[in-house]
Design a protein around this ligand. Sequence first.
Ligand SMILES: [Zn+2]
Length: 120
Amino acid sequence: MDYEERELILELFPGTSPDLLPLGEILYYRNEEGQVVIAEKGPPELRLVLEALPGHVGGPQVCEACRRHLSGSALGFFRHPVGGKETHLRYLVLCQDTASCASHAEPERLREILLRGILT
Ligand SMILES: [Zn+2]
């Protein structure tokens, strides 16, 4: 359903900004290299890859994806380029356990993080 709506809108209004499209299926997982991937199924398929930084967070904080308060050892720092520019990096605190985080995170929130990384 979402897929068809997105397709239709893009057909009628090519170049519509992704944040105005109906929410597509959101994927949020760790890949084999340990990077975190947030993707929204298309068209157009949107994808953001976050690099995990070594170590834990110093004290209890809120995960920016699932918004749970967790101890520092359950959280880590991640970063991604903003607007595709490797010189402009954004840092996020996220759960180390991406699968658990994914089961608690709202798809709308994940899309927000995704779009902030890819839109200029
Ligand atoms: Zn989380």
